[in-house]
Design a protein around this ligand. Structure first.
Ligand SMILES: [Zn+2]
Length: 194
């Protein structure tokens, strides 16, 4: 922890020394895309994409779970997605799953979450999970990601903008051990390299 504190304490000096970054921070954020991914410490959106400060609007949850949209139901995820689409006007939504996801593994083997009932119930919101076929040693994170994309498409404003061609939805899958990022192809169901 101490190294984190030390870095934060001297961060302002590095910002001052990086004129481009300082200018970006002064101008405020104008994100190119919304990046929805897992809270896992190994998944660093700015490292994967090379995004500079202000370029990505992030939403992170355990297992990159997006709750089903229900009118009148308040969730942090729905509010954050709404803000990105309605207020910031982002034109690209990226949902990024990853290999060896502890939350997804916990969903597959629910016994691993016995001491975390809130997390377990949260993950059960992947309501289409049971319809996603996962066999043998296949990485369950891909089927899990597809379920999240399906839910995101049902958010009313997202659905309208997708239909109007004003929004693009991307399903990425990040292999933590290799760094390879693949892209979901809804037409074929395949994941192909970016
Ligand atoms: Zn994860």
């Amino acid at each position: 922890m101490q190294s984190l504190i030390d870095h934060a304490r001297t961060f302002h000096k590095r910002v001052r020394g990086d004129r481009e970054q300082a200018a970006t921070l002064r101008e405020g954020a104008s994100p190119q895309a919304m990046f929805i991914t897992c809270s896992d410490a190994q998944v660093i959106p700015s490292l994967i994409t090379g995004a500079r400060p202000g370029e990505l609007f992030e939403l992170r949850t355990a297992g990159n779970v997006i709750p089903p949209y229900r009118l009148g139901r308040l969730t942090a995820e729905a509010a954050t997605i709404e803000y990105a689409v309605n207020i910031l006007g982002v034109e690209d939504l990226i949902v990024c799953g990853h290999t060896h996801c502890g939350a997804v593994q916990g969903r597959v083997r629910s016994w691993t979450l016995r001491s975390a009932p809130t997390t377990r119930w949260w993950l059960l919101q992947t309501h289409r999970w049971r319809e996603a076929r996962v066999t043998g040693d296949e990485e369950p994170g891909r089927a899990h990601l597809i379920a999240q994309l399906d839910k995101l498409r049902r958010y009313p404003r997202v659905a309208r903008r997708l239909a109007g061609g004003r929004l693009r939805l991307h399903g990425w899958f990040y292999e933590v051990h290799t760094g390879v990022v693949s892209n979901y192809q809804p037409e074929t169901g395949a994941f192909t390299p970016l």
